[in-house]
Structures are given as structure tokens and as C-alpha cells.
Write a protein that binds this ligand. Structure first.
Ligand code: COA
Ligand code: AMP
Length: 640
């Protein structure tokens, strides 16, 4: 190297190229896929700030994820491993078998009138049929919308109304440790509540629990598959929607994140090699759920596009049967790269602090652990590194982005890990930190993290049925940029640090939830005059929701009764996944003089953290009252 020349590496080169010449960069990545019609333009900026990728191009995502491997002679390679400690079941599918199942199920959907552009809602537990249903939609050019099983009927109904699916695919039940979750009654109740009724439901009958089918509306999965005529892949425009995935917004109305076909396939396949460093033919495991974005991207699409086998794991990191389950799966299927949420590792560490169970398994093939969904706390990171003896990579992304914004790109150039940081922006992401006046802040200073437009391929082009909401939520506050709604900083070495959300989203066990949506539920209780929900720190789940209620004048019922009623209401109206278990009654809520509830200060009091008296507080004495109420339920000073 010439003296004085800056050192470069594969990451720096790729990163710079992706920003200097996005069309060249992503155009080259797109050559890795099979297109039925080549694109006219890699990046279409004609409607900026709304950008589209690969306009004019046509392809089929299912073809690239499944059929392609069969056509290219890899049909007998493993595509799906199903491992279900909760039902004591294991099964595998090769790419050829997966193709057969998916083509048949596409035939089932087509026979029920599903065509390109129609929506299909999928409400399924972690079984291979969930993947088959999603891929079958992609095969027909239909748009799937998967709803996580831990949501209640009401949430399901809201999504049914927004997506207006022609068909819903579901199962008789899901299995949670210690209980069978009857899905069918939840589904029936949601359809009753929804204005947009599907014309048909295809129901997978699981042996753990039977269910009744409604004549004229419901069909049995197995029976329908037996008589199905397999359907072929339908080419779609690169810009056509592949799926809608609803995620928490700031109100009870979730945001329908739209994903396109072309940019999504290009970006996800690229990440398998460059971010995760996984080779085709290897087994890749994302221990998440198909109901979340991690499941969409890294249980279903990315591994299959890259020719990897993917593991569908129906269980928990602990208790199914013990904290050695992850090690068992890694050694049994020779998993080199795994992806999960830090909370899973906190649970394992809690149950097996010295990782004794690890000694029972051959982990020699394991190369890298990736964590996301919430910040990886340094203690969890260190515990995982010490025990697994492999790089542990925190990476940061969002449902909206579909893949990592910042990561240590193991396939390009691994950097030293700095605990608490997801390392550097991934190629394609021009990450900036701005102050409220939209000026860049100094390295190390906290501000709003934004991404200069255009976002790379595979990110959300819009929100379903809500383009104005898309513009308002993501593009309006920092013109020319995408607002991540995360706050943080970038250090002198270019490492990104994510510190907090700038909105009311909290992260419970890696699950994204809106405290605003929970407040809407509490406010519906007849005795509640006013309320607030905040996220408090939790050693296992990262955060937990905590409610505060001011009761209407004259209500003199025991507070415990009201608390247990609102706890039940959140469980019934949002779902068990909200993990809303604690609330307290207070006389008043602390507010600014203009009437804004001081949630940030309440959270600091609840977590027993130092806080500054807000200059605009209406009446400082209220904070003492809040502290007293919190102490009675084990928060605030009771936490010391
Ligand atoms: N269907 C129905 N109910 C579900 C469900 C599903 N698919 N998933 C979760 N629930 C229920 C649980 O049974 C639990 O109900 P409960 O209040 O009756 O106990 C509630 O929702 C909360 O579930 P969960 O967040 O899973 O908490 P947990 O206490 O059962 O387990 C962990 C704690 C840490 C083991 C668990 O959260 C975990 O494995 N987290 C990993 C997170 C993850 O994969 N995130 C995805 C993003 S990468
Ligand atoms: P979701 O849309 O469910 O993936 O949640 C996205 C949000 O989770 C982000 O906006 C962050 O607030 C948080 N998040 C996800 N991954 C990380 C991470 N690695 N570090 C810090 N926060 C994260």
C-alpha cells in the first residue's frame, strides 16, 4: 500500500460504493436473482421522496426462494427443518418437497379465488405450514399479511379490516408451554367483529386440539391439499407488494408496513452473504416467529433465497424442556449462524448461569450469534461471548426496514465489537444523527437517528392504505430523510449507538408494543378518568408496561379490582404478548403546564433513576405522590 493512503477494507469499499453509486451497487446484487423481465431502472426517483427499486422488472419471489433450487439441481437439499419440543415433533422438507407443498397450497388458494394482488391473512403458530402459506401467496402474486399468534381477536379484527383479505389461513391451535392456545375461537371472534369478512378460511387441524369448521366458509387444510391442482409461479412487478406486516404505531391503529417483491429479494439475499456470512447449503436458524419481521426476513425469505435450510422452531429458549434447547438445536442440525433476541439469552442465563447445559452438546460448528430486536446489554453480550466463544453481533433494524440498518458485516469485514453498539451502518444506509433543528450533531452527541433518502431496496415503500400516514410518520419531520424514531449517537469511529425511542413504542421481550394502544384500552374502563402507560426496566424482558390510572370522581371500589380488570382488558383486547400485568391508581398525573403527561419523568421514578425536575411541571408535589404509589407495587424506591 502507498504510504499516506487511507486503509480500506471490503466493508469501507462496499459502503462507499453503495452510497456513491446505489444503482451500480444494487444492480449488481440483483444479478443474483432470476428475473422474468429485467428492470428498466434500478432506482426510480421520479416520485421522490417516494422511491421505487427495479421499476419495470418482473420476477417471482417464490420462484427464487424455492423452485429455482429445484430447477438448478438442488431439489434434494434440505430446505425446512421443523423442530417442536412443545409437541415432541421433528420433520424436514427438501426444496423439492417444499415446492410440491407450496404449489399445491397455491392451488388451494387459487381454487378459492385468490389471484395476484389479493390479500391473504395468515394467523398461524410456528409450523412449516405457515411458511408454505406465505410462499404460496408469493407464488400467486397475492399479498400475505401474517398476524402473530399472541395477539387477541380485537387486534386480529383491526388487521382483517385494514387488509381486507379474501382468504384467511389459520390453525386449530398454537402451543404455549403449559397451555394449548385455541386459535379458532379467536379467529371466529375476530371475523365476527370485522367489517370485511373473508370468503373462506383454510384451517390446519392440529392433533393437539380439534376445532369446528363453519359450513360454507371454512375448509380443512389437509382435505383441500389432497384435491388441489398445483399452481405455477406468477411473474409480478418488482414493485408489486409481497406482504403487509402490521406493526405498532403510536395509536391503537397499527401501521401496515408494505414490502415489495424485487428490492426485498435483492437486499435479503445480499445480506445472507455480506452481513451473516452464510454459504448456500448451510443451515441458518432465526429463533423468532413468523409473525414478526425477523421471521418474515430470516425464517422465511432470506435463507431460502440464499439456498439455506431454515429451522422452524416451535418452543422457547427455556422450559421446553430446559435452557439447553438452543444448544441442542445448534448441535443437532449443525447450525453455523443463529439469530435471536437478547431476551432469549437473558432467560437462558437466568436458568443456567454457568451454562452447564452447554457441555452436553457439540457446538464446534457454530460460528456466529446475531442478536436484534432490542439493544444487547453488555452483560448479556459478555455472557454469550464467554460461554459460546464465538463473535456475538448486535444488529439494529426495524419492521419498516426489513433488514439491518447497522451491523458488524461478518461477510465483508468484521470490526472489533464495542459492547452496547450494533457497530456501523450496513452498506446502503446513510445514517445521520440530527438535532431538532435538523442540524447534524457532533460525534458522541445524542440526537434523532435518521437515514438520508433514498432508503436501500427491501425497505418500506409506503404504508398499506395510508400513504399520507407514511409521509407524516417517517418523512415529514426531517425532510429528505427517513425518521427511525430511535435516538442515539455515532462515535468517533463511526459506531452507532441506539439509546431510546423518540415515540411511545416499548420493547417487551423483543416484541414491539405501543403504550399509546394500551392507554386506549385503559381509558375504556368505565371507572378510569385519565391514564398513562410507560415502559419500566425489566431484567428479563428488557421492558415491561406499567399503567397509571386516575379514577373518576366518586369511584370507591377497591383499587385491586380495577387493576385486575384493566389487566384482563389489555390481555383480551391487545393480547397476552403485551405482558401488561401491573398498574396503579394515582390521584393525579404529572403534567407540563400545557397539559402534556410527563411519561419520561414517571419512567425514571419507576426505575428509581435520577431525574431532573421538569422546568415546565405544573405541580412538583405530584411526583412525590407517584413515587409513593409506585413503592407500594415494588417500583420506584422499592427497587433500590
Ligand atoms: N400465541 C399465543 N400466546 C403467545 C404466543 C403465541 N404465539 N407467544 C407468546 N404468547 C403469550 C405467552 O404464553 C405469554 O402468556 P402468559 O402471560 O399467559 O404467560 C405472553 O404471551 C408473553 O409471552 P412471551 O413474551 O413469550 O413471554 P414468556 O414469559 O412466555 O417468555 C421469553 C419469556 C424471554 C422466554 C420469551 O419472551 C422469548 O423467548 N423471547 C424471545 C423473543 C423473540 O423471539 N422475539 C422476536 C424478535 S427477534
Ligand atoms: P421492530 O420493528 O419490532 O423490529 O422494533 C424496532 C425497534 O426495536 C427499533 O426501532 C429499536 O427501538 C429497537 N431495536 C431493534 N433492534 C435493536 C438493537 N439491535 N439495538 C437497539 N434497539 C433495537
Amino acid at each position: 500500500m502507498t504510504q499516506g493512503m487511507p486503509m480500506t477494507n471490503a466493508y469501507d469499499e462496499a459502503y462507499q460504493r453503495s452510497l456513491d453509486d446505489p444503482e451500480g451497487f444494487w444492480g449488481a446484487a440483483a444479478e443474483d436473482l432470476v428475473w422474468t423481465r429485467k428492470w428498466d431502472k434500478v432506482l426510480d426517483d421520479s416520485a421522490a421522496p417516494l422511491y421505487r427499486w427495479f421499476t419495470g422488472g418482473e420476477l417471482n419471489t417464490c420462484y427464487n426462494a424455492v423452485d429455482r433450487h429445484v430447477d438448478e439441481g438442488r431439489g434434494d437439499r434440505l430446505a425446512v427443518v421443523y423442530d417442536s419440543p412443545v409437541t415432541d415433533t421433528k420433520a424436514t422438507l427438501t426444496f423439492a418437497e417444499l415446492k410440491d407443498q407450496v404449489a399445491r397450497f397455491a392451488g388451494v388458494l387459487r381454487a378459492r379465488g385468490v389471484e395476484k394482488g389479493d390479500r391473504v391473512l395468515v394467523y398461524m403458530p410456528m409450523v412449516p405450514e405457515a411458511l408454505v402459506a406465505m410462499l404460496a401467496c408469493a407464488r400467486l402474486g397475492a399479498v400475505h399479511s401474517v398476524v402473530f399468534g399472541g395477539f387477541a381477536s380485537n387486534e386480529l379484527a383491526v388487521r382483517i379490516d385494514d387488509a381486507a383479505p379474501k382468504v384467511i389461513v389459520s390453525a386449530s391451535c398454537g402451543i404455549e408451554p403449559g397451555r394449548v392456545v385455541a386459535y379458532k375461537p379467536l379467529l371466529d371472534a375476530a371475523i365476527d367483529q370485522a367489517r370485511n369478512k373473508p370468503s373462506c378460511c383454510v384451517i390446519l387441524a392440529r392433533p393437539q386440539q380439534a376445532c369446528d369448521l363453519i359450513d360454507g366458509r371454512d375448509v380443512d387444510w389437509a382435505g383441500a391439499m389432497d384435491s388441489a391442482t398445483p399452481a405455477d409461479c406468477v411473474p409480478v412487478a418488482a414493485t408489486d407488494p409481497l406482504y403487509i406486516l402490521y406493526t405498532s404505531g403510536t395509536t391503537g391503529q397499527p401501521k401496515g408496513v408494505v414490502r415489495d417483491n424485487g428490492g426485498h429479494a435483492v437486499a435479503l439475499k445480499w445480506t445472507m452473504k455480506n452481513v451473516y456470512d452464510v454459504r448456500p447449503g448451510e443451515v441458518y436458524w432465526a429463533a423468532s416467529d413468523v409473525g414478526w419481521v425477523v421471521g418474515h426476513s430470516y425464517i422465511v425469505y432470506a435463507p431460502l433465497l440464499n439456498g439455506n435450510a431454515t429451522i422452524v422452531f416451535e418452543g422457547k429458549p427455556v422450559g421446553t424442556p430446559d435452557a439447553g434447547t438452543f444448544w441442542r438445536v445448534i448441535s443437532e442440525y449443525k447450525v453455523p449462524v443463529m439469530f435471536t433476541a437478547p431476551t432469549a439469552f437473558r432467560a437462558i442465563r437466568r436458568d443456567d448461569p454457568n451454562a452447564e447445559l452447554l457441555k452436553n452438546y457439540d457446538m464446534s460448528g457454530f460460528r456466529t450469534l446475531f442478536l436484534a430486536g432490542e439493544r444487547t446489554d453488555p452483560e448479556t453480550l459478555n455472557w454469550a461471548v464467554e460461554n459460546l466463544n464465538v463473535p456475538v453481533i448486535d444488529h439494529w433494524w426495524q419492521t419498516e426496514t426489513g433488514w439491518a440498518i447497522a451491523a458488524n458485516c461478518m461477510g465483508l469485514h468484521p470490526f472489533p465489537v464495542k459492547p452496547g453498539s450494533p457497530t456501523k451502518p450496513v452498506p446502503g444506509w446513510d445514517v445521520r444523527v440530527l438535532d431538532d433543528d435538523q442540524n447534524p450533531v457532533e460525534p458522541g452527541d445524542i440526537g434523532s437517528i435518521v437515514v438520508k433518502l433514498p432508503l436501500p431496496p427491501g425497505t418500506l415503500p409506503t404504508l398499506w392504505n395510508a400513504e399520507q400516514r407514511f409521509r407524516d410518520a417517517y418523512l415529514a419531520d426531517f425532510p429528505g430523510h427517513y425518521k427511525t424514531a430511535d435516538a442515539g449517537f455515532i462515535d468517533d469511529d463511526g459506531y452507532v449507538y441506539i439509546m431510546s425511542r423518540t415515540d411511545d413504542i416499548i420493547n417487551v421481550a423483543g416484541h414491539r408494543l405501543s403504550t399509546g394502544a394500551m392507554e386506549e384500552v385503559l381509558a375504556r374502563h368505565p371507572d378510569v378518568a385519565e391514564c398513562a402507560v410507560i415502559g419500566v426496566a425489566d431484567p428479563l424482558k428488557g421492558q415491561l408496561p406499567l399503567g397509571f390510572m386516575v379514577l373518576k370522581a366518586g369511584v370507591d371500589r377497591p383499587h385491586e379490582e380495577i387493576v385486575s380488570e384493566v389487566v384482563r382488558m389489555v390481555r383480551e383486547q391487545i393480547g397476552p404478548v403485551a405482558a401488561f400485568k401491573s398498574a396503579t391508581v394515582v390521584k393525579r398525573l404529572p403534567k407540563t403546564r400545557s397539559g402534556k403527561i410527563l411519561r419520561g419523568t414517571m419512567q425514571k421514578i419507576a426505575d428509581n433513576e435520577a431525574y431532573r425536575m421538569p422546568a415546565t411541571i405544573d405541580d412538583p408535589a405530584i411526583l412525590e405522590e407517584i413515587d409513593d404509589s409506585l413503592r407500594q407495587i415494588g417500583y420506584g424506591k422499592a427497587r433500590a
